[in-house]
Every structure is written in structure tokens, then in C-alpha cells.
Design a protein around this ligand. Structure first.
Ligand SMILES: [Zn+2]
Length: 158
């Protein structure tokens, strides 16, 4: 067995321990492959630590994450504040603020679309997250359009 064969078989070792006798024999007599095996074991350990740190959240975080996924929260409290106080606003200024809101929404949709396209291909859960964010913004934009129409065709209550 040559060093190249050992390098090729390294990923097939179990936790960096050779499963092949010929490989084992070669490594015992080859300093280069011993160093390579040590490097490979360090890499496996580092990967294991990464996985533990970032991909295996604590049970309480998992529970919180599941709860958050199943919970509907009011996303845009600024709409509530603006609409509840609508009667005290000057009409043109209020309509202008809604126009500004729609422009800001469209800019954000465009920004997210660009990121989504630039980062293709994305994993399914990230695509779903983009889909959610953009869908929320588009629904919000539709609401602004309906509200502008409603507020400009309905008699203004003084
Ligand atoms: Zn070797």
C-alpha cells in the first residue's frame, strides 16, 4: 500500500482508526502517514466540537424553538400604533406615511430577493424562511394598497 492509498482511505476509517490491516501496517512504518492520520483525527475532533456547539442546541432551546415555530406573534406593532391613532392624524400626512411604508416594503422585498438569488442553491429550510419573509412583506404591501384605496374613497371623518 502506498501513501496515496492511505490518504484515499482515511475518510473510511472509524474515528481516525484504520479498519484495513494493510493500511494499519503501512501507517506503522510511515511517518508521513502517521502525521496525516494525526491531522485527520484533529480535523474530526474539531468537526465534532463544531457540531456540538452549533448544531445540537440544549433541550430548553429546542423546546423554545418548537414553541416559537408554533406561535403567531403580532409582527408589525407600528401598524397598530398608526391605525389606532389615525383619527388624530392630518389626512394627507397619514396617507403619505402609508405610501412611504409601501415603498419601504418594496425596497425590502427587492433586497431579500437579491440575497436569495445570489446565494443559490439554498437548503430547503432557508428557502422556506425567505418565502415566509417575502410573503409577509407582500401581504403587508397588499394591505397598504387596499387601505390607501379605502381611506381615499371613504368620507374622511373629522
Ligand atoms: Zn505513507
Amino acid at each position: 500500500m502506498r501513501c496515496e492509498d492511505v490518504a484515499r482511505l482515511l475518510p473510511e476509517t472509524v474515528e481516525g482508526t484504520p479498519v484495513d490491516l494493510a493500511m494499519q501496517t503501512h501507517i506503522e512504518s510511515c511517518l508521513r502517514c502517521q502525521a496525516e492520520l494525526a491531522r485527520y483525527r484533529r480535523m474530526l475532533r474539531a468537526l465534532q466540537q463544531l457540531r456540538t456547539r452549533f448544531l445540537e442546541p440544549s433541550p430548553s432551546l429546542l423546546a423554545q424553538t418548537l414553541a416559537a415555530l408554533g406561535t403567531v406573534r403580532r409582527t408589525y406593532p407600528s401598524v397598530s400604533l398608526g391605525m389606532i391613532n389615525w383619527p388624530s392624524l392630518e389626512r394627507d400626512a397619514a396617507l403619505q406615511a402609508l405610501h412611504a411604508r409601501r415603498e419601504a416594503i418594496e425596497a425590502e422585498v427587492s433586497r431579500l430577493n437579491t440575497i436569495q438569488v445570489d446565494q443559490q442553491p439554498l437548503p430547503d429550510f432557508v428557502e422556506a424562511l425567505f418565502d415566509h419573509s417575502i410573503g409577509q412583506l407582500e401581504a403587508e404591501s397588499d394591505w397598504v394598497t387596499r387601505t390607501l384605496e379605502y381611506m381615499t374613497t371613504k368620507p374622511w371623518l373629522e
